[in-house]
Every structure is written in structure tokens, then in C-alpha cells.
Design a protein around this ligand. Structure first.
Ligand code: FES
Length: 101
């Protein structure tokens, strides 16, 4: 699947994640100091939307039970999650965020 438009760049300001649906997948977009990252928006513990969790640097906390994930890689950092979430390639074209789903 080629890169697909996910959002306008202005819709994902630093520290304010956005949830989008692409090709049937629910994906969270994060802006870390101007760089956009995309990961699956479902915590592997119980399915919480990671896009609604607070961010600290490159990490997001699951809003339900506070597992931490690295948004740049999708790797889980602390329990109760015990597995990573999928991370997607992102490209910026003009003012558009595109994700390779
Ligand atoms: S649903 Fe994310 S830690 Fe429980």
C-alpha cells in the first residue's frame, strides 16, 4: 500500500496526538519537536487509545493503566503492557502527513 494522506500537519501540533483511521486501522499520530510519528492506537494490554494519553518527550502513557510506549518505535517500556505496537513510516508532503499503512 502506498503512502496515504492521514492529516494536515497543522492538525497534529507538538504534544497533541491525533487519532486517524487508515485502511481500516486506527492509528495515533504524534508530533515530537516537529517530527511526526505513527503507531497503532490500541494499547496491547486492554486496547486503550494511546492517542488520548499524556506525552512526556518521546513517550506516551496509556490513559487506562499507565503503560509507557516510545512513540518513535512503538516499543513498550513498562508493564502492564507486554508487547509493542506497530510503528508506521511517515512522510510529509507539503502540509500533509502521509502514512505507509
Ligand atoms: S490498556 Fe494500556 S496499560 Fe492497560
Amino acid at each position: 500500500m502506498p503512502f496515504t494522506r492521514a492529516a494536515a500537519l497543522a492538525e497534529v501540533p507538538p504534544g497533541k496526538p491525533k487519532q486517524v483511521t487508515l485502511d481500516g486501522r486506527t492509528i495515533a499520530l504524534f508530533n515530537v519537536h516537529g517530527t511526526i510519528y505513527a503507531i497503532d492506537d490500541a494499547c496491547p494490554h486492554r486496547g486503550a487509545p494511546l492517542s488520548q494519553g499524556p506525552m512526556v518527550g518521546t513517550e506516551v502513557l496509556c490513559p487506562w493503566h499507565m503503560a509507557r510506549f516510545d512513540v518513535t518505535t512503538g516499543k513498550y517500556l513498562t508493564p502492564p503492557a507486554r508487547s509493542d505496537v506497530t510503528s508506521y513510516k511517515v512522510q510529509i508532503v507539503g502540509d500533509e502527513i502521509q502514512v505507509d499503512v
